[in-house]
Design a protein around this ligand. Structure first.
Ligand SMILES: NC(=O)c1ccc[n+]([C@@H]2O[C@H](COP(=O)([O-])OP(=O)(O)OC[C@H]3O[C@@H](n4cnc5c(N)ncnc54)[C@H](OP(=O)(O)O)[C@@H]3O)[C@@H](O)[C@H]2O)c1
Length: 430
């Protein structure tokens, strides 16, 4: 499908934070976009759920409808932007648009991380663009660098701070020494966290993004269910203080890596050395740190959410897809995605930090060291702090398999002198 007059009429599904910012941006920057790219964008129609809601967008009321399918099927609409979110009706609407030969731009991580493969196949079959820059890290351009700029390189690992809410909470625990609950309440008051924060603090949002990153970085079929996930609810202010004493900060990381033909993909809190570039990503900011064979280390930093930043990423995709339409170029979708084996978490290796509370008695340290030794986990460093009759000992191990570390912890827990094994955090980026 090509457009004859150089004007691309955009149908927007959803006019919330992202959709309304997108509509305003097309109005404000339309001339600039045309001067830069030769493409004139017009907002044709906009679908919403509630027609009576007031909207801060420069569009007449008759452009709005609550029948999203009619926008997709409207012969005057050339390109569809989906910013409703969730699985249905977004999935059906996107499929219908692609089947009609209309390119689609979406910001929907949940959809892509669960049924992306089926949508990419429909886009491929119809030779149209399905673009999704905004689905990971909002306003930070990361999908295009991974797909295009690094297409000839080999990506080894991507480390991402991809959830602004959890980064805000961990930063504020680190800066003010407050507990997780206090930092969460503050984030909710300031609008950085939802009233139900589960998707963020339990790592579900970051896991969806990790699946998309792994898919694009490694041309593999990775879904949200493949991602090993731990949230930040068990990270204590004591962990954060200990990490600082040892020269680390605690971050919720999304990690995607490929080694020996296996994909490792996980989300968990991690101790990052303060000298690592990700350690200085604070507040609600996001960043992605890429390790590639030829390019070496790269970092992308910015606003991972918010209407305007996210709309900026959406509009970049819209311009790209619109330009393909105007020039009658076949759209770019992903090639066939291979199902590569996912490395089980037990096989993953890292260094670990763990804190053990013990009775302060002679010989206890030797017993604990023996349990490490039994499972081949070697200790890199250790610190002991007295707590009256008790002591708190923190260890950092050399690289070890998760399964070996877990077996070690189980045996340490059984020692009579051990009161509690507290947090266990992986050390990443050392
Ligand atoms: N907000 C961010 O910072 C951000 C960042 C990155 C990615 N994203 C992604 O962008 C997408 C949109 O997020 P958002 O924050 O803009 O969401 P939002 O503010 O909740 O807006 C959703 C919009 O979809 C409309 N809608 C809901 N059901 C509909 C239906 N059946 N038919 C037509 N319209 C319908 C709603 O209509 P009403 O207005 O009438 O209720 C609303 O305008 C999501 O996939 C999200 O994950 C958002």
């Amino acid at each position: 499908m090509a457009v004859a007059d150089g004007v691309v009429r955009v149908g927007v599904l959803g006019c919330g934070h992202v959709g309304s910012a997108l509509v305003r941006m097309v109005f404000e920057h339309g001339d600039l976009i045309e001067a830069r790219t030769g493409v004139r964008l017009e907002i044709g129609r906009v679908a919403v759920h509630n027609l009576s809601r007031e909207r801060d967008v420069p569009l007449p009321a008759d452009r709005f409808t609550n029948d999203a399918e009619s926008v997709v099927l409207d012969p005057d609409i050339d390109l569809v932007v989906e910013v409703i979110g969730g699985i249905e009706p977004a999935r059906g609407l996107i499929t219908a648009a692609l089947a009609k030969g209309k390119p689609v731009v979406t910001a929907n991580k949940e959809l892509l991380a669960n049924v992306g493969k089926e949508l990419f196949e429909v886009a491929n079959a119809n030779g149209v663009d399905l673009l999704f820059e905004a689905s990971v890290a909002g306003g930070i351009p990361i999908m295009r660098p991974l797909r295009e700029s690094l297409a000839g390189d080999r990506i080894r690992r991507v480390l991402g701070i991809v959830n602004g809410t959890t980064n805000y909470i961990l930063s504020s625990m680190s800066e003010s020494g407050v507990s997780f609950q206090t930092a969460l309440a503050e984030a909710q008051t300031l609008g950085y966290a939802e009233r139900d924060p589960t998707a963020d603090v339990e790592g579900f949002d970051a896991a969806a993004k990790a699946a998309i990153i792994a898919t694009i970085a490694f041309d593999a079929r990775v879904v949200a269910g493949d991602v090993y996930r731990e949230g930040i609810v068990d990270v204590s202010d004591t962990d954060i203080a200990s990490a600082r004493d040892l020269g680390f900060v605690v971050k919720l990381l999304a990690i995607a890596e490929e080694e020996d033909g296996q994909i490792g993909v996980r989300v968990h809190p991690a101790m990052v050395p303060i000298t690592h570039p990700l350690a200085s990503v604070n507040g609600s900011f996001n960043a992605l740190f890429i390790e590639a064979d030829a390019a070496g280390e790269l970092m992308f930093y910015g606003r991972g959410a918010g209407g305007d930043p996210t709309a900026s990423a959406v509009i970049g995709d819209v311009v790209d897809a619109a330009s393909n339409l105007v020039h009658a170029r076949r759209g770019a979708s992903l090639g066939p995605l291979e199902r590569k084996p996912i490395r089980p978490i037990d096989e993953v290796e890292s260094s670990f930090y763990l804190a053990v509370e013990v009775d302060d008695e002679p010989g206890v340290l030797a017993k604990i060291a023996d349990r490490f030794g039994r499972h081949g986990v070697s200790i890199q460093s250790m610190q002991q702090h007295g707590l009256g009759g008790d002591a708190r000992i923190t260890f950092i191990t050399h690289r070890a398999r998760e399964a070996d570390l877990r077996a070690t912890i189980n045996e340490i827990r059984e020692l009579d002198e051990v009161r509690r094994v507290g947090s266990v955090l992986r050390v990443v980026g050392d």
